[in-house]
Ligand binder design. Structure first.
Ligand SMILES: [Zn+2]
Length: 195
């Protein structure tokens, strides 16, 4: 039996891998949530259960840390985006302060301690479950080096951003903003609350 074929209700951002209600174990149905706001949601098909399995966005945090005006970038060792470049970043754990997550990723991926801030921007795209919050930052301790999650680490100036070899759309958008900030003196959009 093809397990995917009996889940035509699969949420477009899900891949069909959450199929049962976490409350009662009945199958989930992807349908208009008529009891609520009418949006398409994974609703429990159980007779006496009104649970809706909301798929929240995935929150990621990143930091573009600089040393003498050059940004630390890392080459990803794992998919998605294996072999491509980005700045240190990753998913925020539940209960973790977002800026702390950004600093943690810089330490894990590039072996550097960073001060985080100000905010560079918030990046999201249609149909992409990930929302990325990116900070500027400064390296305060450690020499950037490739660790377990990275193949290589480089320092780049604003004219050396490898746009053709960046891992994600969100990475590209953030680097464009960083470039504008560094080269044109345009402040990070987050400073004015304008995203
Ligand atoms: Zn249920």
């Amino acid at each position: 039996m093809n397990e995917r074929s009996d889940t035509p209700q699969a949420h477009p951002h899900l891949g069909g891998n959450i199929r049962f209600c976490v409350v009662c174990g009945s199958p989930l149905t992807f349908r208009a949530w008529e009891e609520g706001d009418g949006t398409m949601q994974l609703c429990c098909a159980g007779a006496s259960c009104n649970n809706v399995h909301f798929l929240d966005p995935k929150l990621a945090a990143g930091v573009i840390p600089t040393v003498d005006g050059k940004a630390v970038i890392v080459q990803r060792a794992h998919n998605p985006g294996k072999g491509l470049w980005t700045f240190p970043g990753g998913f925020v754990n539940r209960g973790e302060v977002v800026s702390t997550a950004a600093a943690r990723e810089a330490l894990e991926e590039a072996g550097i301690e960073v001060t985080v801030g100000p905010l560079l921007g918030v990046y999201s795209f249609p149909e992409n479950p990930t929302v990325l919050i990116v900070y500027t930052g400064e390296v305060v301790k450690g020499k950037p080096r490739a660790l377990a999650e990275s193949i290589d680490v480089r320092l780049i100036g604003p004219e050396e951003i490898p746009y053709d070899d960046l891992a994600f759309d969100t990475t590209r958008a953030a680097f464009r903003d960083w470039h504008s900030w560094i080269t044109k003196g345009k402040p990070p959009p987050g400073k004015d609350g304008n995203f």
